[in-house]
Write a protein that binds this ligand. Structure first.
Ligand SMILES: C=C1C[C@]23C[C@@]1(O)CC[C@H]2[C@@]12CC[C@H](O)[C@@](C)(C(=O)O1)[C@H]2[C@@H]3C(=O)O
Ligand SMILES: O=C(O)CCC(=O)C(=O)O
Ligand SMILES: [Fe+2]
Length: 335
């Protein structure tokens, strides 16, 4: 990551600062081996759109191995990393998030997870880096996807839907439009010497994830915050052995608002670097995103206009991070 000169850093800080919050102890925890897991998942998705998953069955080695490979990549000289960018949206990016002017104290690799449509940028990254990097990514994603199917099947059961695979089938589909992101937040010691009046530098600005579900694993550096339903921001205690599951916008629509996509953001740390890896499970591009019919009560209407994932994604990529992306797809009283 390029070290910014003092004036450039100040501009950056002026753009993106916010108040720190203490670590929150109320994040719901779901044990995947608990016979009640399906009920706990549904409750957490209704109340928070977010939960921590333990006893998930993904080998810790896979996480550690990928973390090491990712750090090897991020420690390369800037000029080497830049050869894997700029992101299109796949590839290596630094400080610029998305195409519409968002910035953050972060560098990242964005990869697509469908081997049939692997983007030229992703192929380039793997060609230019040792095979073990690709193997670590593939091993990790395979295990996380399988775990994610189990979570989505329990979710469907917990919602009382007879067709257990009503959600998981969308990610299992060979055309599933899912992606994978490695985020590296270097420490920003310059902040220590700046008078920030107790405020923090934003690594990744507030947003909701557009897909169905996001599965996040980070190292032990804190920084992730979620917004509770009353609008309060709380800090998530990190746990490198667990996953954090986010409800995305698409799942909000498919549950007709029963689950809310969780607003979240990341604050940079002044002393420790944060490394996170996130699998974003999305449906095939042609999939119509509508509330699950078996979930709708008698007479209950969809809160949303009908759209395909492709239409939603297109709109998302013209939005800024903090925009309410579902807003334009909500039905008005006149609809
Ligand atoms: C500013 C943007 C970055 C983003 C595309 C967008 O226009 C709005 C959504 C952003 C987001 C958030 C979740 C994921 O990190 C991501 C890959 C996604 O699918 O939507 C990013 C997009 C990105 O970084 O390209
Ligand atoms: O890096 C993190 O911990 C979260 C980042 C995030 O929310 C995202 O990439 O969509
Ligand atoms: Fe996110």
């Amino acid at each position: 990551m390029v070290v910014l000169s003092q004036p450039a850093l100040s501009n950056f800080l002026l753009l993106k600062t916010c108040k720190p919050t203490p670590l929150f102890t109320g994040i719901p925890v779901v044990d995947l081996t608990d016979p009640d897991a399906k009920t706990l998942i549904v409750k957490a998705c209704r109340d928070f759109g977010f939960f921590k998953l333990v006893n998930h069955g993904v080998p810790l080695d896979f996480m550690a191995n990928l973390e090491n490979q990712a750090l090897t990549f991020f420690r390369k000289p800037q000029s080497d990393k830049d050869r894997a960018g700029p992101p299109d949206p796949f590839g290596y990016g630094s400080k610029r998030i998305g195409p519409n002017g968002d910035v953050g104290w972060v560098e990242y690799l964005l990869l697509n997870t469908n081997p049939d449509v692997i983007s030229p940028k992703s192929l380039f990254i793997f060609r230019e880096n040792p095979q073990i990097f690709r193997a670590a990514v593939e091993e990790y994603i395979r295990a996380v996807k399988n775990m994610c199917y189990v979570v989505l099947e329990l979710m469907a059961e917990g919602l009382g839907i007879a067709q257990r695979n009503v959600l998981s089938r969308l990610l299992k589909d060979e055309k599933s439009d899912s992606c994978f992101r490695l985020n590296h937040y270097p420490p920003c010691p310059e902040v220590q010497v700046q008078a920030l009046n107790g405020r923090n530098l934003v690594g990744f600005g507030e947003h909701t994830d557009p897909q169905i579900i996001s599965v996040l694993r980070s190292n032990s550096t804190s920084g992730l915050q979620i917004c509770l339903t009353d609008g309060t921001w709380v800090s998530v205690p990190p746990d490198q052995t667990s996953f954090f599951i986010n409800v995305g916008d698409t799942l909000q629509v498919m549950t007709n608002g029963r689950f809310k996509s969780v607003k979240h953001r990341v604050l940079a740390d002044t002393t420790k670097s944060r490394l996170s890896m996130i699998y974003f499970g999305g449906p095939p591009l042609s999939e119509k995103i509508v509330p699950l019919p078996s979930l709708l009560l008698k007479g209950e209407k969809s809160l949303y206009k009908e759209f395909t994932w492709w239409e939603y994604k297109k709109a998302a990529y013209t939005s800024r991070l903090a925009d309410n992306r579902l807003g334009p797809f909500e039905k008005s009283a006149a609809d």
